[in-house]
Design a protein around this ligand. Structure first.
Ligand code: WQD
Length: 343
């Protein structure tokens, strides 16, 4: 069975390609390489031992998307493609609304057009959403019925796409839709051949710490140590990208196996502070991670972690990797690829 992955050459997408091959599916990568690199396809071939078909283009090109869907006839689509930098979304909201919401509309319209030609099929879609749709939750852990909100255009775009999917599914019960709300994806495939490769200065903690460890940055700025958390630094639910990829396979299998849509958190159910991550990375890398306490980052919440119970009940999925494994796998990727895919 073919599965089409929009943004499949990206960080989460590439790891999901490997997990799908391991599960016996035939992933097809659709990407314009706006935020990823063609060499990822070669790395995926090295890992899986087989070529990974590529459809090169932009999800905003609806006629081209229809052509891809007609030719590939995927059993399901996983929609990763989109922009994901919170800070950039504040500076460039139109880019985020256009690429993320416009891209989703384009994909959904292409899927609807092709479905009309084969009404006996059930359009099947997994959407890459984010815990950022919970805004600043009042308590922990977070369950899927928590109120949603947005604190930046990136999170707003994810929330709007979720609402589009819910409205579409209500109007088209034949569609099968899985919404996956990621918490904090980190780590890399144990081969060290694929991993997170942010452009420019990393916004996120783990890639920044990794670049300090490899000598690309001289210290980490810890954004605030006066939060109401055990050590005063921000607490997040870091989840290994391998667990996240496995969650996508479980979601695809659940959607193809029965006609019910769902929205689930993909997290570990436990939080770790910034300083816990720093210490874990020092253990994993054997390198010191110098840091300075800096002012709080606007928009940050003190703590955020998931109740992953629904994903276990619905998908039979749970995260299994520890923070130490997340750091060890990140370190293997970073030390083997100091400049990411550009090296
Ligand atoms: C984690 C913690 C920071 C960098 C964001 C998006 C979310 C998802 C993941 C896309 C916080 C602290 C960070 C640094 C630091 N992205 N930190 N120094 O903000 O929880 O989530 O990325 O899907 O949607 O909102 O992740 O890694 O940026 O921050 O002290 O240089 O690390 O304050 O407590 P965040 P993060």
């Amino acid at each position: 069975m073919k599965i089409l992955l929009t943004g499949g050459a990206g960080y989460i997408g590439s790891h999901t390609v490997v997990a799908l091959v391991d599960a016996g599916f035939e992933p097809v990568v659709l990407d314009n390489f706006a935020n990823s690199h063609p060499v990822v396809l070669d790395r995926l071939t090295s890992i899986t031992g087989q070529p990974v078909p590529l459809e090169r283009g932009d999800v905003l090109d609806t006629p081209w998307l229809e052509d891809v869907l007609r030719r590939q006839q995927p059993a399901g689509v996983v929609h990763f493609a989109g922009d994901k930098a919170v800070g950039e979304s504040v500076a460039q909201p139109l880019k985020y609304f256009h690429n993320n919401i416009g891209g989703a509309i384009s994909l959904l319209r292409a899927m609807e057009a092709v479905h009309a030609e084969a009404p006996e099929t059930a359009p099947t879609l997994v959407f890459s959403s984010s815990a950022t749709v919970y805004g600043d939750p009042a308590s922990m852990p977070i369950t899927e019925d928590f109120p949603r909100g947005h604190t930046n255009p990136y999170g707003h775009s994810k929330l709007v796409i979720e609402d589009m999917l819910y409205a579409l599914n209500a109007a088209r019960p034949a569609w099968r839709v899985g919404v996956l709300r990621y918490f904090n994806p980190v780590g890399a495939h144990p081969s060290g051949l694929i991993g997170e490769d942010p452009a420019g200065i990393p916004n996120n903690l783990m890639p920044y710490v990794a670049q300090v460890a490899v000598g690309q940055r001289d210290h980490l700025n810890v954004f605030g140590n006066d939060y109401a958390t055990p050590d005063g630094t921000g607490v997040r639910d870091y989840i290994h990208v391998q667990d996240l990829a496995a969650g996508h396979v479980a979601a695809i299998k659940a959607l193809l196996g029965r006609d019910e849509s769902f929205t689930v958190n993909l997290g570990t159910g436990r939080g770790h502070s910034v300083l816990e991550v720093v210490r874990a990375f020092e253990r994993a890398s054997g390198r010191a991670i110098p840091y300075r306490i800096a002012p709080r980052r606007p928009g940050d919440v003190a703590q955020c972690w998931a109740d992953p119970g629904l994903a276990l009940r619905l998908l039979g999925w749970r995260a299994t990797h520890s923070l130490d494994e997340m750091c060890a796998d990140t370190w293997r990727w970073q030390s083997g690829n100091p400049n990411g895919y550009r090296s």
